[in-house]
Design a protein around this ligand. Sequence first.
Ligand code: G3H
Length: 543
Amino acid sequence: MPTRVRQPAPVFPATLEAVPAEMRVEYYHAWARYLIDGRVRTWDGPCQEVCSPVCVGPAGEARPLPLGHYPLMTAAESEAALAAAQRAYDRGCGAWPTMAVADRIRHVEAFIPRMAAVRDEVVRLLMWEIGKTLPDARKEFDRTVEYIRDTVQALKELDRAGARFAVEQGFVAQIRRSPLGVVLCMGPYNYPLNETFTTLIPALIMGNTVIFKPPKHGVLLHAPLLEAFAESFPPGVVNTVYGDGATVVGPLMSGGGIDVLAFIGSARVAALLKHQHPRPNRLRCVLGLEAKNPAVILPDADLDLAVKECVLGALSYNGQRCTALKVLFVHRSIAAAFVERLAAAVGDLLVGMPWEEGVQITPLPEEGKCAWLTKLVAEATGGGARIANPGGGHVDQSLFYPTVLYPTTPAMEVNRVEQFGPVVPVVPYDDERAVLDWIVQSPVGQQAALFGRDPRRLAALIDPLVNQVCRVNLNSQCQRGPDTFPFTGRKDSAEGTLSVSDALRVFSIRSVFACKATPENEAIVSEIVRGRLSRFVSTDFVF
Ligand code: G3H
């Protein structure tokens, strides 16, 4: 039974039988499989056991439920994955990178129903592996399928534009986008499916070959998709590696065989991976890194709206979103009223198991996370902040009850790190210039949210802010969607831009076929086009 944040109570199921049958998972030995060179293989080497953040057992004795295990591969398997990907790419001469766009689209389209067929299994694993609520897990899955469909449409449009010849200054040319090589895709644990696929699918459809390594949490949910990949794509086009990053990713990077690194995670790991590559000028990077998105609540803000959006922005999926609101700057004149309403709204949230109706606060998958958040809270309260909501700071195994901290200062540790969890620090301010100053000094710059009504006062903030972050939201929380909008960041927050159409660009490069517009050249080009002798020099239209 779920409980309210304000009334901490045991919420973990006493037995597995207490979980609704359709939401249960069984320990499944066949998870230890991997895909290399078009074959799904069973791993019989050492494995890593995966335990759920959801604990099972009587109150006080509940323990993380073991879910299954995944291969702890060695450098030999990751080299085999790389070799398969390189063979399939064949330095740009392979069947996949030279395939007509319409045919590559057919492969991706064939993948969609196969992926849809394992929706329930993947959704269940999203709940058990990373504690995502049922509606959010379904949303992550469906949004990903939608993203794939939109990517196909976007590529059709891009390709139609490339189907025309350009005639300039005596030249006839055709300009299209070509693949870059072998792409290493590594997604984060908070969106293990969606954020992996928002790089993997565009990379594939543009003609690259891919190795993907699931994040530390959210590994098992990829297993039901291995057959779908194997059946939909030629051998070597999609390969998986599992295990300790230093063991399996290190050799991939340091050998120089990776052409594009698509990584969503910490700036520290991204820098480490980049520096391992021996030819940094050749390596292209698409990175989604840290963020500390602030909300600024102006004195004339609609407080009910601001509270509603800040609760959503700071606490959806327990605050484990890169776009989450991680610090709230509130004008001192309204700070007490705002905090009172915020604390009441947070106290009202339901804490429970991911499949329980209406639940917003669920167990955290990262080991040691509750202890670290407790330390952040203690440091803030030791410095003069108080826990503003009843139930705040309560810990039950992997559950951390959301905690509104007020008043905090920018110097406190909680405001200097990305907490990536259910702790909501509120900083009172007197002058917007001080807030702007904090944002300017910040080492990251993804998004910001402004709450207010006065157009002049808002405009005075919007103009400097768009040069500090990459999206300024008015009277709403920060977020990535719609997925057609550019998603990126400044400073240590990102490299490259992702959106349905931008992703196609970051995983490809423009290549030009050009000739002087002489009668002889025109005759050759006409013959190539009429005879459909080339897939690049072609006016074929993808419907
Ligand atoms: O964790 C970062 C995600 O890309 C955020 O996406 O704003 O849709 O939750 P979201």
